[in-house]
Design a protein around this ligand. Structure first.
Ligand code: AMP
Length: 482
C-alpha cells in the first residue's frame, strides 16, 4: 500500500504529466496514506495539518476519478475561507490541467451571476465556502445530482467560524451514494458526530501532528514590552534580512499600525485583513505570490491554506490567542521541503497563550535574546542593499509553469450561434500537426468562447483558425487577454 513514487499509482498519464510539471516527485505522508484509499472510493477522516500536501492528497484522486464527459459537477469541496477556495481551485486546475478538468470557485462577496454563468458550463469540480454554496443550491444554480465526491477541508475551522450548520444542510442535499472525505487539523466532538452521522464506515488516518512543520521550521520566542515591539520587529528584519516575510497581527488595527511604520521606512510591503475589499485581498495575495513585494503584514485571514513559494520568515507580532492559529501561521514557512523560521514576539501578558501553544505543539519554543545594537549595526548595510530590490525571485511558480505552453484563444461567437464544444474540437483537431490532446478547457458563453490550446501550439491554431469556419460560420479569433 505504501507507494514511494507517483509513477506507482494507478492514475492516468494526464495526471502524472501534471504532477511532473508541478515537480511533485515523491508523495508526502498524507498523500501516501490517502491516495490509494481514495482511489478505491473509501470514505476517509484525515487528521492532517496545512502544509502537509493534503490538497493534492484529495486533488489527485478526484481529478483522476471524475468522468470528463459529464457536464454537471461531480465533486464538491467545501472550504472555510474564500482565499482557501481560490487556492484549492487553482490546485485542482493545475493537477487536472492535461485532463482538462474544469474547477469553479464560488464564495461570497463576488457577484452571484458571474458564478451562475460559470456553473452553467461543463464543470467537474466546485470549490466553495458553505454560505455561497448553499445560496447556489437554494437558487438551483448548482446541480447536485451527479456529485460523487464531497470533501470538507479544514473542518475544525468550519466549526470555529460557525459554518457547521451550513455544512450539514449542504450534506443533506447531496446524493447519498457518494464518497466523503473530511480533512481537519483537530477532530473536535462536533466534527466526529458529523462524520458519524453522514459517512459510510470511514477509515481514520492520522498524520503526525507536527509532520513537516517540526522538521523544517525553526521556532523562536523573543520577549519584550508592548511599546518596544515596533522597533524590535524592525531590528529582527534587519538581522534576518529575509527575501520574503509574513508578519501576523491579531487585529486589523495592529496590521494598519505595523504597515504604516514599515511602509514609511521604505519596506516593500502590503497589508491584508478582513476590512479590505475582497478584490484587494486577492490582488495582495496574488502580488505576494508573484514576488511583487517582500513583506506582507496580515491578520489570520492569510494564515490558512495560502500557498506562497518560499516564505523564509514568519513573525508573530502578536501571540495568536488560539493555539491552532500558531500552527497555521508558522505553516506558511518551511513548506514543501524548504527551510523556514518563525519568530514570535511575546509580552508578559501573553505568556499564558504561549504556554497553551507549547502544550499543543508538544515542545517548548526556545527563547532567544532580542537582536543587540551591534548585531543590527553589522547587518544594516546588507539589509539596505536588499531593500533597494523590492521584488523577490519566485523560484517555483507552479501555476505559471503548468500554463506556460498554453495559449487562450478568444472566438467571437458562442451559444447564440449554436456553437458547442464538439464543434471547436472537430475543427481544431483537423489542423495539420494538431490533435484533440492539444485542446484544453473550452468555455462557451452567449456571444463568445474561449479555447485553451496546449503544448505550445497556440500560434499554429490561431493562424489556421483565421481562415477556417466553425459549423459553417466564420468567427473572429484572437489571443485572449487574460
Ligand atoms: P497543502 O498542505 O496542500 O497546502 O500543500 C503544501 C505545499 O506542498 C503546496 O505548496 C503544494 O503545492 C506542495 N506539495 C504538495 N504535494 C507535494 C509533493 N508530493 N511534492 C512536492 N510538493 C508538494
Amino acid at each position: 500500500m505504501n507507494k514511494s513514487s507517483f509513477a506507482d499509482y494507478h492514475v492516468s498519464e494526464e495526471i502524472k504529466r501534471a504532477l511532473d510539471v508541478l515537480r511533485y516527485e515523491t508523495p508526502t505522508e498524507v498523500q501516501r496514506q490517502v491516495i490509494p484509499l481514495a482511489l478505491e472510493n473509501q470514505d476517509l477522516v484525515v487528521k492532517a495539518q496545512t502544509g502537509s500536501g493534503k490538497t493534492a492528497s484529495f486533488g489527485i484522486p478526484v481529478a483522476d476519478l471524475v468522468n470528463w464527459e459529464e457536464k454537471n459537477p461531480q465533486a464538491l469541496i467545501l472550504t472555510p475561507t474564500r482565499e482557501l477556495a481560490v487556492q484549492v481551485r487553482e490546485d485542482m486546475t493545475n493537477i487536472g490541467r492535461f485532463k482538462r478538468i474544469k474547477a469553479v470557485a464560488v464564495y461570497g462577496k463576488e457577484p452571484f451571476t458571474k458564478q451562475k454563468d460559470e456553473l452553467k458550463q461543463k464543470t467537474h469540480v466546485v470549490v466553495g465556502t458553505p454560505g455561497r454554496v448553499m445560496d447556489h443550491i437554494e437558487r438551483e444554480t448548482l446541480v447536485l445530482d451527479q456529485i460523487k465526491y464531497l470533501i470538507i477541508d479544514e473542518a475544525d475551522e468550519m466549526l470555529n467560524r460557525g459554518f457547521i450548520d451550513d455544512v450539514e444542510a449542504i450534506i443533506k442535499e447531496l446524493p447519498t451514494d457518494r464518497v466523503t472525505m473530511v480533512f481537519s487539523a483537530t477532530l473536535p466532538k462536533d466534527i466526529e458526530n458529523l462524520c458519524h452521522a453522514y459517512m459510510n464506515n470511514p477509515t481514520h488516518i492520522e498524520i503526525e501532528s507536527n509532520g513537516i512543520t517540526a522538521e523544517t521550521i525553526e521556532h523562536y520566542l523573543i520577549e519584550g514590552r508592548e511599546e518596544e515591539k515596533l522597533s524590535l520587529l524592525k531590528n529582527i528584519t534587519v538581522v534576518d534580512n529575509p527575501d520574503s516575510c509574513l508578519i501576523f497581527c491579531r487585529t486589523k488595527e495592529n496590521v494598519d499600525t505595523v504597515y504604516s511604520e514599515l511602509e514609511q521606512s521604505g519596506y516593500p510591503c502590503e497589508k491584508l485583513h478582513g476590512g479590505l475589499e475582497q478584490e484587494d485581498r486577492f490582488a495582495v495575495m496574488e502580488g505576494f505570490k508573484l514576488g511583487n513585494f517582500r513583506y506582507l503584514i496580515a491578520t489570520d485571514v492569510a494564515a490558512r491554506g495560502i500557498d506562497v513559494d518560499n516564505v523564509n520568515l514568519v513573525i508573530n507580532y502578536d501571540v495568536p490567542m488560539e493555539k491552532e492559529s500558531y500552527v497555521h501561521r508558522t505553516g506558511r514557512t518551511g513548506r514543501a521541503g524548504n527551510k523556514g523560521k518563525a519568530i514570535t514576539l511575546s509580552t508578559p501578558s501573553e505568556e499564558k497563550f504561549v504556554k497553551s501553544i507549547e502544550r499543543y505543539i508538544g515542545f517548548e519554543i526556545p527563547t532567544i535574546e532580542a537582536p543587540s545594537h551591534s548585531e543590527v549595526a553589522d547587518r544594516q548595510a546588507a539589509f539596505d542593499e536588499k531593500m533597494s530590490n523590492s521584488r523577490r525571485v519566485v523560484r517555483n511558480n507552479k501555476t505559471a509553469r503548468i500554463n506556460q505552453d498554453i495559449m487562450k484563444l478568444h472566438f467571437s461567437g458562442g451559444k447564440k450561434k449554436k456553437i458547442r464544444a464538439v464543434d471547436f474540437v472537430g475543427t481544431i483537431a483537423k489542423i495539420p500537426g494538431v490533435t484533440a490532446d492539444d485542446i484544453g478547457i473550452i468555455t462557451i458563453l452567449d456571444h463568445l468562447s474561449y479555447v485553451d490550446i496546449l503544448n505550445g501550439k497556440g500560434s499554429l491554431v490561431l493562424q489556421a483558425m483565421e481562415n477556417a469556419t466553425i459549423k459553417g460560420k466564420k468567427l473572429k479569433v484572437s489571443k485572449a487577454i487574460k
